[in-house]
Ligand binder design. Sequence first.
Ligand code: ATP
Length: 248
Amino acid sequence: PSDETLLEVNNIEVIYNHVILVLKGVSLSVPKGGITALLGGNGAGKTTTLKAISNLLKSERGEVTKGTIHYRGERVQDLLTSDLVKKGVVQVMEGRHCFEHLTVEENLLTGAYTRGVSRGEIDADLNMVYDYFPRLKERRKSQAGYTSGGEQQMVAIGRALMSRPETILLDEPSMGLAPQLVEQIFGIVKSLNEQQGYTFLLAEQNTNVALRFAHYGYILESGRVVMDGPAKDLRENPDVKEFYLGMS
Ligand code: ATP
């Protein structure tokens, strides 16, 4: 990761339905070229943090009531999600959300929709996605609804890549996947980061895997960051080992 900070979340509070305080002052920063992990158990506030960044809370009756969110120094919290995509920030939602009736390739192409680029450039991007996810090339004519959970996760990441992002917010990539597939998906994320320079902020309950692949981690508990540090320090931390890595 470089010294340049892309995303800066400063002391944000999020309230659902005007009364339920879910984030109680969360701050984090995401350096360019890094893989930053947002860790914590079920309900800690990981998804809420990602949705606050990409301005997806409104449909859930949630709002950021305090604090600021900046991307490349610019305040972004009042931008439409689609404008944020144009600035290079794209979110891969938890649960993958493929268009089930479209083919794998059609799903990927929907990711390029907001861009005013030529078919040639889109084809080049498709080939890049297929290089990283050879499985998707094999399955490109299959209806997405009939592909496996792992393949759908690949489609969701591939679709995000088609918007030519700089930063990818990845929500719970391991969810519902067998351990071997989780390794595979994280391995691809790491290659995308190292070879193509994509910046990742990923929310993950699977602390063990996330801390092996990330550079830096933040641990959330009940809407607060309780610990943060370089991934290798967190892996060695006795509290993290006891409470999150299932060993002491
Ligand atoms: P998960 O792994 O389950 O997604 P998480 O760390 O991502 O966990 P969030 O989904 O951000 O956690 O949820 C944080 C808290 O906010 C939980 O207590 C949850 O019940 C609550 N919450 C989430 N969405 C809403 C909503 N639309 N309305 C009210 N409360 C909500």
